[in-house]
Design a protein around this ligand. Structure first.
Ligand code: ASP
Length: 281
């Protein structure tokens, strides 16, 4: 079991100060360690470039005095559009050979949130989550209703095979072979994971968090993970922290992980790193 959480102080982070104040942006591309043997220098470069592009997209907004919500949206859209990660294009296949995508976003200033689960047609699930937050009276929309809402909001829809990549198909085939007992090795971290997320603090001191995922390879159809459940995989509160989790979501769900981390800071006065360690433990 692997569980990870990104918070200020971690890798993939950009910290800067403008005339008006300090801002922070941290992104992640999923739990698990990619084995060296699976990584050619060219592939490693592509990962680094994709992460750098995602950081740059959010950074430009924060550096211009923009909102943390816009920054985390931009970073996550950039990662959703990159086929290397398990979110948007490049998402894993479920047990029926389909993609069902989950995403959530939260505004730490208002503690308003929006999320989608089991989306199949919206190109950028994080944009739909944001529209749920800003243009609907609800917090979480699921399945065909979420895709219909995306259409109504004039967000881009794509054919379901837009999300498919040969690597993810191979991973599903390996998972099926393992189920039949034809192979023994467990799926590698790269085959299973690759969720993306971003947390930010803007120059106005507002926090935001965003997470987007395809779940994990060979998940049951209809399975919903921690990512779109506010307080499990995604949470933001200006008083405490912004959290975007990645790892086995069924554990994060039961632990109400992201909220537990924030509550430890808010009610027990635990500093961020200790709260994160304790919530994970
Ligand atoms: N947390 C995600 C889920 O369970 C998967 C991941 O982060 O790798 O859907």
């Amino acid at each position: 079991m692997r569980r990870q959480v990104k918070f200020a102080g971690d890798d993939n982070m950009s910290r800067s100060t403008t005339k008006s104040g300090r801002f922070v942006l941290a992104i992640h591309g999923g739990a698990g360690t990619i084995r060296r043997a699976q990584l050619t220098p060219a592939r490693e470069r592509r990962y680094h470039e994709a992460l750098r592009d995602a950081l740059k997209a959010g950074y430009a907004i924060l550096a211009a005095g923009g909102a943390s919500l816009d920054a985390v949206t931009a970073s996550v859209v950039s990662l959703e559009d990159c086929p290397l990660f398990n979110a948007g294009r490049g998402a894993v296949f479920n047990a029926r050979g389909r993609h069902e995508l989950d995403a959530a976003i939260m505004d730490g200033a208002s503690r308003n949130a929006g999320a989608v689960a089991g989306v199949r047609r919206a190109k950028n699930p994080i944009r739909v989550a944001r529209a749920v937050m800003e243009c609907s009276p609800h917090v979480l929309l699921g399945g065909a209703g979420a895709d219909a809402f995306a259409r109504k909001q004039k967000l881009e829809l794509v054919a379901p095979d837009h999300f498919s990549t040969p690597q993810r198909l191979l991973a599903l085939q390996r998972a099926k072979q393992r189920e039949r007992g034809a192979v023994r090795e467990p799926l590698s971290a790269t085959d299973r994971h690759g969720t993306v997320g971003a947390v930010a603090r803007d120059v106005h001191g507002n926090l935001a968090a965003a997470t987007s995922t395809g779940g994990f390879t060979n998940k049951l159809a209809g399975r919903i993970g921690d990512t779109p459940v506010v307080g499990a995989g995604t949470y933001a509160d200006n008083v405490t922290c912004a959290v975007s989790a990645t790892g086995d979501g069924d554990f994060f769900l039961r632990a109400v992980f992201a909220y537990d981390l924030s509550a430890r800071m808010r009610y027990a006065g635990e500093p961020l790193a200790r709260a994160a360690r304790n919530a994970l433990a």
